[in-house]
Design a protein around this ligand. Structure first.
Ligand code: UDP
Ligand code: MN
Length: 243
């Protein structure tokens, strides 16, 4: 039996949501021994999401974790997207999991199944390239002579860990040894803040996957925003979010 994988997926209500979660569920259905933690930025659950999860027959938790109002109501500048959701997932893992590995899988990204096979054996923190991040085209650890030698990313931003949310996995055992680790509500610095909160842990200790970071097994894809549909047109479709 392979070690369990805990997949933390933040999600939020929008016209594309059910399409994204349907696609991700069909990826995860092909992965053995996973627990899917789907956590919605909302005040109440949505039965349509529950339907997608039930239909997948995956083991899952579906719950809510709203973005604090101080951020949600901001009118300018970026918001800390998915942070409450991920912190709630981490809390669940602390209380319910002992072994295995956790991975933050946004609902709109694209995952090669090999990724899940590889991250499952993470001892502490593993990293790998993520495609389609900034105009650089990729975000990845840089490897020189087989060893870690920095981060490649279109925006380094003074970060100690200049990585994308999709570019690392963490062992549950290691998380338990870091009881205060959590993700900050700090747009652009969510990954860096979380990885720093795993201190003591240094970039040179990263476990390099994806053939020493020469393969892209996950893409930070983004779905075009669709117009909210007119409720009158959509009312007869039983699996549509009315916005
Ligand atoms: N998300 C969320 N609340 C929001 C916006 C986004 O929970 O208000 C989730 C979203 O479903 C995704 C993750 O947070 O899983 C990252 O958001 P998004 O994909 O919009 O960010 P981007 O990929 O554009 O950086
Ligand atoms: Mn995204």
């Amino acid at each position: 039996d392979v070690p369990p994988l805990y997949i933390i997926t933040p999600t939020y209500r929008r016209p594309e949501q059910i399409a994204e979660l349907t696609r991700l569920s069909h990826t995860l259905m092909l992965v053995p021994n996973i627990m899917w933690l789907v956590i919605e930025d909302a005040y109440q659950i949505n039965d349509l999401i529950e339907d997608v999860l039930k239909k997948s027959r995956l083991k899952y938790l579906y719950t809510v974790a709203p973005m604090p109002a101080q951020f949600k109501n901001k009118t300018k500048g970026p918001k800390p997207r998915g942070v409450s959701n991920r912190n709630k997932g981490l809390e669940w893992i602390r209380q319910n999991a002992k072994t295995g590995v956790l991975y933050f899988a946004d609902d709109d990204n694209t995952y090669d199944l090999d990724l899940f096979h590889q991250i499952r054996f993470t001892k502490r923190v593993s990293m790998f390239p993520v495609g389609l991040v900034t105009k650089a085209g990729v975000s990845s650890p840089i490897i020189k002579n087989g060893e870690f030698s920095g981060f490649y990313d279109g925006w380094i931003g003074g970060r100690k860990f200049a990585v994308d949310m999709a570019g690392f996995a963490v062992s549950v055992h290691f998380l338990h040894q870091r009881p205060k680790a959590s993700m900050p509500f700090k747009p652009g610095f969510e990954e860096d803040g979380f990885l720093k909160s795993l201190s003591p842990f240094e970039p040179k200790e990263i476990e390099l996957l994806a053939d020493n970071c020469t393969k892209i097994l996950v893409w930070h894809t983004q779905t075009k925003k669709n117009e909210p549909s007119l409720p009158l047109d959509m009312a007869k479709y039983s699996n549509t979010n009315l916005i």
